[in-house]
Ligand binder design. Structure first.
Ligand code: COA
Length: 271
């Protein structure tokens, strides 16, 4: 992991955030519990996401876990007795984390989950809400809701089904089994798998490529793909048209054309 100079901390240091060269990084930092997410961490995660969203210099955000053993091992089960012991408590619990998940689901910038180690339960939900998932060879994935007696919820399952299809979603959910990176890659749960010692470098290389491309063109792709995934009746075709117009009328499109003709690297401004 690289030297970090401008790190900010949330949730008593259990969520860390830094940014440089157009790339924002959020680290789940509770390695003693394999980065299990407490409610305070969910809230801190939301604050970190908001800070990077509002930082104009940041063009892409990477999510990762500290400690090398886990991305996120799910919700912090030790809080359940107090905060999630029945349906009413669960509803209140969900309310405190739902805003942060919505923030990630509707994030205006590209997001990458960089997964090393266990990615379980609520950790899978975070990873599946990211645009792209990159994993180390030694990672393990699973949703042990059936082992705990938890209903996983609509949004999490919607993403699971859209990534791996209904049959794999059923196999994973009914058994609570864990699968390794090779299998996760095969079924479409992750996009790329790297040896442990190459994961961070490869993730940064992809993030830097994204950060140097035209932000409006990326936004157009992100908005359009999100609409493709909705039911036809719920699709916002006007949003697609608006970003398409903004993109094709942009100074960046002019810069992209000119740079190509002049055989130089384009410098995009996001407008
Ligand atoms: N919530 C709370 N604590 C957790 C946790 C979670 N989701 N996941 C791990 N921990 C804690 C363990 O209780 C243990 O604490 P201890 O040191 O005080 O005993 C510590 O993290 C290390 O976990 P351990 O099980 O010893 O490590 P491991 O490397 O053998 O296994 C996991 C790691 C993640 C596979 C295992 O801890 C696990 O199955 N966790 C629960 C995962 C889960 O069910 N998630 C879904 C929640 S909805």
């Amino acid at each position: 992991m690289p030297e970090i100079s401008n790190e900010k901390s949330y949730a008593d240091g259990k969520i860390l955030q830094h940014a440089g060269d157009g790339v924002g990084v959020i680290t789940f930092n509770n390695p003693d519990k394999r980065n299990a997410m407490s409610l305070e961490m969910w809230e801190g995660f939301g604050e970190a996401l908001t800070a990077l969203r509002d930082d104009d210099a940041v063009r892409v955000v990477i999510l990762r876990g500290a400690g090398g053993k886990a991305f996120v091992s799910g919700a912090d089960i030790s809080q359940f007795e107090k905060t999630r012991h029945n349906a009413a408590a669960s509803e209140e619990y969900a309310r405190r984390s739902v805003a942060q998940r919505a923030l990630l689901a509707d994030y205006p910038k590209p997001t990458i989950a960089c997964i090393q180690g266990f990615c379980l339960g609520g950790g899978m939900q975070v990873a599946m809400l990211a645009d792209i998932r990159l994993a180390s060879q030694d990672s393990q994935f699973g949703i042990p809701a059936a082992r705990l007696g938890i209903a996983y919820g609509y949004d999490g399952l919607k993403h699971l089904v859209s990534l791996v299809g209904p049959s794999w979603a059923r196999l994973l959910m009914y058994t609570g089994m864990r699968i390794d990176s090779a299998e996760a890659l095969r079924i479409g749960l992750v996009e790329r798998v790297f040896p442990e010692d190459q994961l961070w470098g490869e993730t940064m290389a992809i993030a830097e490529t994204i950060s140097q491309n035209a932000p409006l063109a990326i936004k157009a792709a992100k908005i359009t793909i999100a609409q493709v995934l909705k039911d036809e009746s719920a699709r916002d075709m006007d949003a697609i048209k608006a970003i398409g117009t903004a993109c094709m009328d942009s100074a960046d499109f002019r810069e992209g054309r000119q740079a190509f003709m002049e055989k130089r690297k384009p410098q995009f401004q996001g407008k």
